[in-house]
Structure formats: structure tokens, C-alpha cells
Design a binder for this molecule. Structure first.
Ligand code: OGA
Ligand code: MN
Length: 237
């Protein structure tokens, strides 16, 4: 995303500084061993407020579209019924650029804390519109997939109550736990290590998620068939 010249003005205009993401010594092994790290007050109230307003606006003008499943993006509303857009698709917007910049700082904090190389990331906005909208149990990456190494989600629901539903249920080292999708709350976990689901949401539920990615895989290793063909070719030759 190309940052617009408005970004510094916007960040200054927020009045209070945007929190700088960081990880404690205890959180790093927790992430590494398939745990989940949770932080309230992630974006800070001013930026979270702007983002929530932007998300509602974008959704009301149809910029968020039904999310698909798997590599072919099949739509199966019984399994997944949120509406999404990636920041890359949405084009220049100072609020979204500030959010992008914050996730970029989170990426840098993760690199410093874990020493994992994370050269790329993407950010997706999501709305579960209520009426039981959910996302069935899944993992964000298959083992060894470097396309998504860490998942970071910030929830943007100021008045959340238990009867609103939409909790995140995550299996941490095999044990189920639930996270309330509270205002400006960040959860972060290793994408391949933590199966999770979004329980049915009964009122609109808003969030922004980033996937921190490793360097590109070597194509020949990414596709077992290619490897097999190569090995066979060498044997023939
Ligand atoms: C996802 C996802 C969980 C949440 O978008 O892959 O699992 O709590 N989101 O929003
Ligand atoms: Mn997920």
C-alpha cells in the first residue's frame, strides 16, 4: 500500500499517540508453543474509533463481499458467513493507511521478538452481519505453509455483550478457550498451530485481521507433484 501524505497529519490529529506494539519475554515462548497472546487497547481509542466508523461505511456501501473458503474461494455460508475486503483492494484512505502502518509496526515487533523473518503481510477487514453469522473451525495455514505464519486480529465492538455471540473459540495446545471480541482487543497466534472458529454472531461484529507471511516458498518444494516429476526425470536421464 502506498502511504498518502495525509498519514502523518491524521496520526497527529488523533491527539493521543497510537500504541506501539510490543511483546513481553513471557509472550514469545507462548506464541512459539502454539499459544494465544491477547492485548487490550491495541490500536488506541482514536484510531479504533475511526476504523470502526470506516468499516461500517464500507459495509453499507457494499465494499465488503461474502468471504469464500479454501484456495478456490467457494461460498458456503453455512460454514463461513462474514463479509470481507483486503486493504489492498480498498485503495487510498488515510484511516486505512494508519491501520496498515500499525500492523506493519506489529510485524516489526514480531520479527524483533521471535526472530522469524516476516517480509510480507496482508490486512483484511471483516463484518459478521449478525443473524448467526459464523466461521466453522479451521486453521489459517497448513503445516509448513509460509504464506501465513502469524494471525493477528483486532476486534472493534465497543458494546459487546455475551448475548451478542461471535466469540472466538480457539484450541490452544488441544484445549478449547473462548475470547470475547471486545473493543480494541488484539489476539495473535501462529497461523498453523491454533485451530479456531467464530461462534454464531447475533449482532454485527467487526474486526481487522492481518496475516504475517514468510518469504516465498521455493516453487518446486511447494508442489509435491513437481518434486516427483523432477526426481522421476533425473532417474530417467
Ligand atoms: C479468519 C478468522 C476469527 C475472528 O478470518 O480467518 O478465523 O475471530 N477470524 O474474527
Ligand atoms: Mn481464521
Amino acid at each position: 500500500m502506498i502511504l498518502s501524505p495525509l498519514l502523518p497529519l491524521l496520526l497527529d490529529g488523533l491527539g493521543s499517540p497510537v500504541p506501539v506494539p510490543h511483546f513481553t519475554d513471557a509472550e514469545v515462548p507462548e506464541l512459539g508453543s502454539g499459544g494465544l497472546v491477547l492485548r487490550d487497547g491495541a490500536l488506541g481509542h482514536p484510531l479504533a474509533t475511526l476504523l470502526r466508523a470506516r468499516l461500517e461505511q464500507l459495509d453499507s456501501r457494499g465494499a465488503l463481499v461474502p468471504a469464500g473458503l479454501g484456495h478456490d474461494g467457494r461460498l458456503i455460508p453455512a460454514l463461513r458467513s462474514d463479509r470481507v475486503a483486503t486493504l489492498e483492494e480498498l485503495g487510498p484512505d488515510p484511516v486505512l493507511e494508519a491501520v496498515w502502518a500499525w500492523f506493519d509496526r506489529l510485524r516489526q515487533a514480531l520479527i524483533e521478538a521471535t526472530w522469524v523473518g516476516l517480509p510480507r503481510f496482508s490486512v483484511q477487514l471483516a463484518c459478521y452481519p449478525g443473524g448467526g453469522a459464523r466461521y466453522a473451525r479451521h486453521v489459517d495455514a497448513l503445516p509448513g505453509d509460509r504464506n501465513r505464519l502469524f494471525t493477528a486480529i483486532v476486534y472493534l465492538n465497543p458494546d459487546w455483550r455475551p448475548e451478542h455471540g461471535g466469540r472466538l473459540r480457539a484450541w490452544v495446545r488441544g484445549q478449547p478457550m473462548e475470547v470475547d471480541p471486545l473493543w480494541d482487543r488484539l489476539v495473535i497466534f501462529r497461523s498453523e498451530a491454533v485451530p479456531h472458529e467464530v461462534l454464531p454472531a447475533w449482532v454485527p461484529r467487526y474486526s481487522a485481521a492481518a496475516w504475517m507471511r514468510g518469504a516465498e516458498a521455493i516453487p518446486a518444494l511447494a508442489d509435491p507433484d513437481v518434486v516427483r516429476r523432477r526426481v522421476a526425470g533425473q532417474e530417467e536421464g
